[in-house]
Design a protein around this ligand. Structure first.
Ligand SMILES: [Zn+2]
Length: 212
């Protein structure tokens, strides 16, 4: 088991601008020294995916039932999810600082994206033409496929040049800078949300352990 950081006292924040980047930002503090982690089990992966628009509610409910029936598999998929999260973060963090991403990280993302693509069908619906997983595709890895596809789409489009890492030294959140002049520096639009939350969290924790 991973040495997991504390339970967060605030909700997941979706400031990355892409599903894969929001997934990378489910850790508070830094990836080397997280202050807290929003993903503490498979159920959290499902919750994140629904919140971030990577999974429909009804599919998530079916996957949650399946995860309860197959706890060993759900735990393995959760571990794969954490590995995927770290790979996504490492790749975009490297690119944002002008370094080459590691091929092992790219392979992990590519494999998960390809697994989803292999099961997808080309469809025409409300959203137009595109690849879509059948609604009855209930593999527990499904949320990871969507996240990996988001990362792969971003990496293979010119948009990856707009991905930046937060300017705070105590935050490693990554985000897609959609500003016209590419001037955004922080994970939150004006300041670093991760840093502010970590500060509040630490203050509350100190208050909690102080004897009465
Ligand atoms: Zn930040």
């Amino acid at each position: 088991m991973r040495d997991i950081a504390a339970v967060p006292d605030h909700e997941i924040e979706l400031s990355g601008g892409a599903l894969a980047l929001d997934f990378a930002n489910t850790v508070g503090g830094t990836h080397v020294r997280p202050t807290h982690d929003h993903l503490r089990g498979y159920a959290d992966v499902l919750r994140f995916a629904v919140m971030a628009g990577g999974l429909k509610d009804d599919v998530a409910k079916r996957l949650a039932v399946r995860a309860q029936r197959e706890p060993m598999r759900a735990a393995a998929v959760y571990e794969l999810g954490i590995a995927l999260r770290e790979a996504v973060w490492a790749v975009f963090s490297s690119l944002a600082s002008g370094e080459a991403p590691r091929s092992a990280d790219l392979a992990l993302i590519g494999d998960a994206a390809a697994a989803g693509r292999a099961r997808s069908r080309l469809v025409y619906d409300r959203d137009g033409l595109g690849w879509s997983l059948p609604s009855d595709s209930d593999d527990l890895e499904r949320p990871l496929w969507e996240i990996a596809r988001s990362a792969a789409d971003l990496l293979t489009s010119g948009d990856h040049e707009r991905v930046k890492e937060c300017a705070s030294t105590t935050c490693e959140w990554v985000f897609l800078d959609k500003s016209r002049n590419r001037s955004r520096r922080w994970c939150d639009m004006s300041d670093c949300g991760n840093r502010a939350k970590a500060r509040r969290f630490q203050a509350r924790k100190r208050a909690a352990v102080r004897p009465a």
